[in-house]
Design a protein around this ligand. Structure first.
Ligand SMILES: NC(=O)c1ccc[n+]([C@@H]2O[C@H](COP(=O)([O-])OP(=O)(O)OC[C@H]3O[C@@H](n4cnc5c(N)ncnc54)[C@H](OP(=O)(O)O)[C@@H]3O)[C@@H](O)[C@H]2O)c1
Length: 292
């Protein structure tokens, strides 16, 4: 069957690549009424793990998954997507999508050349444990880049998962995915930096996180309710130049590197505080001079 003649709820969906995202997507789609028909992976063990809770799901070879399914998600690591797709004979009219944020949809060009409809379906969420991801995938934003009937089908699947759809123009995936790091990995980096400062007086990382995680959650709540600029706490947005100066001095005695990052982040805080009209131009200049 082709995507033109089938609706999202009768679609036979297949997965090639049964890792964290493949398992999370397959299980969540199945919980929301979709038919996960088949799975393949590099190892039979991973494919069997994906299929185990899904009675209708067969473990097949990648080519058999393509032969038997209407829509195939290629959920291998980014670096293997193109090579995986290039080795398969695809049918005209079927759908093939990858779930990578950084990889252009053109990585699926071999399938497109054979008449398949190709696209990207990238959930803006982290999937470390597929059991947890079944709870966190619904409700997140999914970026869909596809044309025609496949776009409609992918949007329907996102809707079934309770996800919000984000559209992305072709060629933007590199910067789009890089931006995602600010809402994920850099949160870890910033908290690790703060924990390093706590460790300078003998406290543990656990002590630091016990104090900082509720603070981070409070900041996220502020951003949700009043926005990035107005919801920014701290001495820069209070126009407290003296406290900024004391911070820089205190951190210089920990490590020059720690103070340098603090300075740079405070510099980036100044225009945010100004845009929220929390500080005027003179205070902004005073803070920037203190940081220099
Ligand atoms: N994890 C996340 O947080 C996340 C979030 C959004 C998007 N994504 C995207 O989702 C995709 C998968 O990421 P992941 O985190 O799930 O990776 P992963 O946990 O490493 O899983 C990848 C799976 O693909 C299998 N595989 C590797 N090479 C293969 C090949 N040539 N043919 C068939 N299967 C192959 C692996 O093999 P085995 O069979 O040996 O296990 C593994 O099960 C990537 O495009 C990634 O960018 C991930």
């Amino acid at each position: 069957m082709s995507m033109d003649t089938i609706s999202a709820d009768t679609l036979r969906i297949g997965f090639i690549g049964a890792g964290r995202l493949g398992q999370a997507m397959a299980w969540t789609l199945a919980q929301h009424g979709c038919t996960i028909h088949a799975a393949a992976s590099r190892s039979a063990r991973s494919a069997q793990a994906l299929a185990a809770p899904l009675p209708a799901c067969k473990v097949l070879s990648p080519q058999q998954v393509a032969n038997e399914c209407d829509l195939v998600f290629v959920t291998t690591p980014d670096a293997s997507i193109k090579a995986t797709v290039d080795q398969i004979q695809w049918r005209a009219g079927m759908g093939v999508a990858h779930c990578s944020g950084a990889t252009e949809v053109s990585a699926l060009s071999t399938a497109a050349d054979q008449g398949a409809l190709t696209g990207g379906f990238h959930p803006m969420q982290t999937f470390s444990d597929p059991q947890v991801a079944v709870r966190t995938l619904p409700g997140c934003v999914v970026t869909i880049e596809a044309q025609g009937r496949l776009e409609t089908v992918l949007r329907t699947l996102a809707g079934q998962l309770g996800c919000t759809v984000n559209a992305l123009p072709p060629g933007m995936r590199g910067r789009y995915h890089a931006a995602g790091a600010y809402g994920s990995q850099f949160a870890n980096v910033l908290l690790a930096e703060a924990a390093r400062i706590w460790q300078s007086w003998g406290a543990s990382e656990e002590d630091a996180l016990r104090a900082l995680l509720p603070l981070l959650k409070g900041t996220i709540s502020s951003i949700e309710s009043i926005g990035l600029a107005k919801g920014m706490p701290g001495p820069v947005s209070r126009g407290d130049t003296g406290t900024v100066a004391r911070h820089v001095q205190a951190l210089s005695s920990v490590d020059a590197d720690v103070a340098a990052l603090y300075r740079e982040l405070c510099r980036r805080s100044v225009p945010l505080a100004q845009s929220a009209e929390r500080i005027d131009a003179k205070t902004a200049d005073d803070i920037l001079r203190t940081l220099d």
